[in-house]
Design a protein around this ligand. Structure first.
Ligand SMILES: Nc1ncnc2c1ncn2[C@@H]1O[C@H](COP(=O)(O)OP(=O)(O)O)[C@@H](O)[C@H]1O
Ligand SMILES: [Mg+2]
Length: 425
């Protein structure tokens, strides 16, 4: 395993600098080992620095988003047992994650040998496997869309889909999902007949993860509740947000969700805190939800899915809340007291930058900074690809329409949605 140790990666800055950093080997701050080299682990770094926490990351590539800012980055993949063992070494206080694709048997072995793993594999499974998640939430009486796990035998799977569609109120459409491995809408497909599912049914019969089918929820909007739970049990919730998806990918978040009564908001926060406690989650938990019209006109929510790590619906907290989700995740996995989750502004809107026609996002910064001085920009240092999450912008203020318009316009500049000759004006 290639290892970019503190000393190696600092050698180009001169021996004096490396020696100075080595002197910090005696620094008392805990080592938090994080699996993953994307923007989520990257955004843990500022909070880690402030709290004197030494972040050590397992990154897929030496130039990954995280490796650019986390000095103690080790190269390896999440399924590589030796890489994870080496990441923990003898000194990690805790192992945590920026994604759920980690081998649970290994995590259990690490726990058995004394390394705290947070969240632990018994909780993580409900973020890894949508069938396990639906089964557990249904047992707990948490409202979910109507759903069914599909058999792996193709004829039986087709029959189950036909039966599910026949029982749907419209009888027309349902949502087919892979139970494992999907993200950003990959692994989610709207179907109108068993034929629409043929390739996925065949793949599942050949050993791909099993499938489930869900009612296509006629939601009025999508909401997300974000909470954090400490190992010893303290739980705190941020204000509930509205999240807007385009093509299955989060494109915008409005904090707090407009128009929620305080009773509904409290009920949703309580629901998320109950899930965190019942599932024994440690760290940040995001509960994605659909808002639907209730019988008495009061909106109700159905839980869509769970993420046990900092989540796109919580990026607004970096600038818009007293404690960011990244700081809170570190506090929670270290079992330190949690920070206040109050909003710092009446409204904060987070706009994602999904792909860009620019060669380099930095090219748009001078114009963005001049035009939107209140915008807080977060670039992830990733190569540009169509639809890829490259950056986000947070804008806060008192007038929601204006805040939203300016956040979206600033993000549009980073997407290159202006004539190139205007970018540097
Ligand atoms: N049962 C459903 N009814 C209607 N829309 C759905 C349903 N399930 C998922 N979606 C839509 O697809 C998006 C992605 O689905 P999700 O299960 O959250 O997958 P992912 O793991 O890719 O985030 C959701 O945010 C929502 O917009
Ligand atoms: Mg989702």
């Amino acid at each position: 395993m290639a290892c970019l140790s503190v000393t190696d990666s600092l050698q180009h800055r001169g021996a004096g600098y490396a020696d100075a950093v080595n002197a910090c080997d005696t620094f008392p701050g805990p080592v938090v080992a994080v699996v993953g080299g994307g923007q989520l682990a990257r955004m843990m770094a500022p909070a880690a620095g402030e709290l004197g926490v030494r972040l050590r990351a397992l990154v897929e590539a030496p130039d990954s988003s995280t490796a650019q800012v986390v000095v103690d980055s080790h190269q390896g993949i999440a399924s590589d047992e030796a890489a994870i063992r080496s990441l923990i070494s003898t000194d990690a206080a805790v192992l945590t994650f920026e994604h759920e694709h980690v081998p649970n048997a290994l995590l259990q072995d690490l726990i058995d040998h004394g390394t705290p793993v947070r969240p632990g594999p018994d909780a993580l499974v409900f973020a890894q496997d949508k069938i396990a998640m639906r089964t557990r939430l249904t047992e707990l009486g948490i409202p979910c869309p109507r759903w069914a796990a599909l058999p792996t035998e193709p004829q039986a799977a087709r029959a189950a889909i036909a039966e599910f569609l026949a029982a749907s109120p419209s009888g027309r459409q349902a949502v087919l999902k892979t139970s494992r491995g999907g993200y950003d809408g990959k692994g989610v497909r709207i179907i109108s007949s068993p034929d629409d599912a043929a390739d996925w049914i065949d793949a599942a019969a050949d050993g791909a993860p099993p499938l489930l089918v869900e009612e296509k929820v006629p939601f009025s909007r999508e909401l997300a509740a974000l909470v954090a739970r400490r190992a010893s049990g303290e739980v705190r919730a941020w204000p509930v947000v509205e999240s807007v998806q385009r093509g299955g990918v989060c494109s915008e978040v409005i904090a707090p969700a407009p128009g929620l009564s305080s009773n509904t908001e409290r009920a949703i926060e309580q629901l998320a805190m109950t899930i965190a406690t019942e599932l024994d989650v440690t760290g940040v938990l995001a509960v994605e939800m659909f808002e639907v019209a209730g019988e008495s006109g009061v909106p109700q929510v159905l839980v869509n899915e769970l993420a046990m790590r900092p989540h796109n619906s919580g990026h607004w907290t970096i600038d818009g809340a007293v404690t960011s989700q990244f700081e809170q995740h570190l506090r929670a996995v270290l079992d330190w007291p949690l920070g206040a989750t109050d909003a710092r502004a009446t409204w904060t809107v987070m706009a994602n930058v999904l792909g860009s026609s620019l060669e380099c996002l930095t090219d748009a910064l001078p114009r963005l900074m001049a035009q939107y001085p209140e915008a807080k920009v977060n670039l992830y240092g990733k190569g540009i690809r169509v639809g890829r999450k490259l950056a986000h912008v947070n804008v806060s203020g008192d007038d929601l329409d204006q805040v939203r318009e300016r956040a979206l316009a600033a993000a549009a500049l980073l997407r290159g949605d202006v004539a190139p000759e205007e970018v540097n004006r």
